[in-house]
Design a protein. Structure first.
Length: 330
């Protein structure tokens, strides 16, 4: 069964190693290997120049493969795709590009990759990877062993996880589809004010037993026996019961204070809560993204004399100056 294995590598050295091992280790045919990279950036970190486009052009003009990584890939071609830029393609990718109608826009790259069996979503991912300076390598394999060998070679030499890399690009504002441009997100913060309950102290009410001295004055009554002798001179009567023994007893009494304590409730202390509401204004700063658009590369209109002034015509006065004489100090 024929399978197309696709991988995106970031450096020239990785691309060289992958293509060499696909031929020498996995036994892949040269015409089964496809390659696509930006001209002047092929396989290198973005912004560097490898000279790959120049060599590809020489190879195309001579009708033969050239040195380096293109020396192992058949049918190199240099293309200029609107919206994508200068492009170097070789092998099945170059053939697919030629048959996809590439003259109009970068959509031809997506069509070429789809023609090779790459799902459309992943085709956009790989094309964006090439646009950002990577080198795309495809290889048609026959049988499971060759397919696994090609996958192992790509993985060994740093082929990126394209879905993970695409997620990173999307976080940076990429739309996820080639040719739709990159979005510049406009963000702003908003103030969200909530409420929470915090402890601001409290009240603890408790009772203790205290003692204090008190005093009260009370009137006490006492009775004592009194004996009084008075001289009397009268005749004895029957009431006197003369010459009989008789005893008279009188109790002496006295009052003394009796102390009794009685408990009485004289006050109640009630503990509770009273809720109140208040308004508080929260002031803070929130951030927002402002997008400014300014034109670059435009020049101010020039007058016929070459001056930048383009206003109303002004003429120089020709009359003689009649004011106060002024001299330049030297």
């Amino acid at each position: 069964m024929t399978t197309t294995v696709v991988g995106l590598v970031q450096s020239r050295a990785e691309a060289d190693s992958v293509v060499n091992e696909l031929v020498s280790v996995c036994g892949c045919e040269r015409d089964s290997i496809g390659l696509m990279a930006r001209d002047g950036e092929a396989g290198e970190e973005r912004g560097n120049t490898s000279g790959m486009g120049e060599r590809a052009m020489k190879g195309v003009g001579a009708g033969a493969a050239v040195g380096g990584v293109l020396g192992l890939v058949a049918g190199a071609a240099a293309l200029a795709i609107p919206g994508f830029g200068p492009l170097i393609a070789a092998g099945p990718i170059a053939s697919a590009l030629a048959g996809a109608g590439i003259g109009a826009a970068a959509g031809g790259v997506i069509g070429a990759l789809s023609k090779l069996g790459v799902p459309e979503e992943h085709a956009h991912y790989y094309a964006e990877g090439v646009r950002r300076g990577g080198t795309l390598i495809t290889v048609r394999t026959e049988g499971d062993s060759a397919t696994k060998c090609a996958e192992r070679v790509l993985k060994t030499h740093g082929a990126v996880d394209i879905e993970e890399r695409a997620s990173q690009w999307k976080e940076q504002g990429w739309s996820g589809r080639l040719g739709e441009g990159e979005a510049l997100p406009v963000t702003e913060e908003e103030l969200a004010v909530g409420k929470r309950t915090v402890t601001k102290g409290g009240v603890r009410v408790y009772s203790t037993v205290a003692q204090k001295p008190v005093e009260e004055t009370v009137a006490l009554r006492s009775e004592r026996a009194t004996i009084e002798r008075r001289p009397v001179n009268r005749p004895v009567t029957s009431a006197d019961e003369a010459f009989k023994e008789k005893t008279i007893e009188i109790d002496e009494t006295a009052e003394e204070p009796v102390v009794e304590k009685r408990s009485r409730v004289v006050e109640e202390v009630r503990v509770g809560k009273q809720a109140e509401e208040r308004l508080q204004t929260i002031r803070d700063n929130v951030r927002s993204t402002e997008v400014h658009v300014e034109r670059t590369g435009e020049k101010a209109p020039m007058s016929a004399s070459g001056s930048g002034y383009n206003g109303p015509e002004r003429r120089k006065a020709t009359g003689n100056y009649a004011g106060t004489e002024r001299r330049i100090l030297r």
